[in-house]
Design a binder for this molecule. Structure first.
Ligand code: FO1
Length: 315
């Protein structure tokens, strides 16, 4: 079964990992690249690397990003030189950025570099950057417009977000492989990632929403908000400051209003089951289940339930 998921950071990577563990699933993960940054002269792609490491079983279990069993010698030496250390790069993680930067300099596309990294780490799923053209997410706050990582990491996403924009996205396009994966998928899923700065970035690519609307496959999104709160990151506060309510219903309404007709189904946690009728009144079928992924078994179970749910929608 050809399954595609649109994913961003840690939550998206866990859901993608659940799908990757299922027998009979040929998985393609379309990953947000709006969080990418250049630091120390290195090209860094945090969401791609979070998916890559998670699917390789190498992700740091505490943070969800970066590598497990990491050491920080280079980080400490960078600090001695007065180089920026606000964005923490472990020694093993640095190898990824060194190889990616060199291969990009060799003229290899981000898509093909990601394929080389995934193959080297034994990842079977296809990990596709959403575009091979640079896109940069910026957020407007009381302190002005900030780069995504400057806001998310340096400022610990403490500032309320008043607006989101994606620099250079009108010059970018989904890659041919992304469009082909969407067109040939048996099931399309939207992972429990931030609807504004992970999923929203992917959907803002010119041509992406039309490609999804044209796809034959049912489209199911998993709510990143459970019982009114994000499991990780700022999605709950962003929903509030960007005019929605911080709830599963708020996410469903955001998707239904901004991308009419896109979703067939919406997966919520049982804690939010009372919101199911209101979500169904948006024209979405709803699955209420245990949507919080505490361990790898949870990831595979949720992924399996989502695929069964999607199969019922197609029927
Ligand atoms: N997140 C942090 O909160 N602090 C960090 O120092 C940090 C470093 C980092 C390095 C590599 C990488 O792939 C991710 C890293 N992240 C860090 C997470 C990252 O900012 C977020 O996961 C995504 O950009 C948002 O999903």
């Amino acid at each position: 079964m050809r399954v595609v998921t649109l994913a961003g950071g840690v939550g998206g990577a866990k859901f993608a990992h659940g799908l990757a563990m299922l027998p009979g699933v040929a998985l393609t993960v379309i990953v947000n690249t709006g969080d990418d940054l250049e630091l120390h002269g290195l090209a860094i792609s945090p969401d791609v690397d979070t998916v890559l490491y998670t699917l390789a079983g190498l992700a740091n279990p505490e943070t969800g990003w970066g590598l497990r069993d990491e050491t920080w010698s280079a980080h400490e030496m960078l600090a001695r030189y007065g180089a920026p250390t606000w964005f923490r790069l472990g020694d093993r993680d640095l190898a990824t950025h060194l190889v990616r930067t060199r291969r990009l300099h060799d003229g290899v596309t981000p898509t093909d570099v990601t394929g080389e990294l995934a193959q080297a780490l034994g990842v079977r799923a296809r990990i596709l950057p959403m575009s091979d053209r640079p896109v940069r997410t910026r957020v407007r706050t009381a302190a002005g417009w900030l780069g995504f990582q400057e806001w998310f990491v340096a400022r610990r996403h403490a500032d309320d977000v008043l607006e989101v924009r994606f620099d250079a996205i009108t010059d970018a396009r989904p890659t041919e492989r992304v469009l082909a994966a969407v067109a040939t998928a048996d099931v399309l899923t939207i992972a429990p990632s931030n609807p504004f700065v992970s999923i929203g970035t992917i959907l803002a690519l010119p041509g992406m929403v039309p490609a999804l609307l044209d796809a034959a496959a049912p489209i199911v999104a998993v709510s990143p908000i459970v019982a009114g709160a994000a499991l990780k990151g700022p999605a709950d506060r962003m929903l509030q400051t960007l005019g929605e309510e911080s709830s599963a219903l708020g996410v469903a309404r955001h998707y239904a209003e901004r991308y009419p007709g896109l979703l067939d189904g919406f997966v919520i946690d049982r804690a939010d089951a009372l919101q199911a009728p209101a979500i169904e009144s948006l024209g979405l079928r709803v699955l209420a289940t245990a949507a919080v992924m505490q361990d790898e078994a949870d990831r595979a179970r949720l992924a399996q339930e989502v695929l069964v749910f999607a199969g019922e929608l197609r029927a």
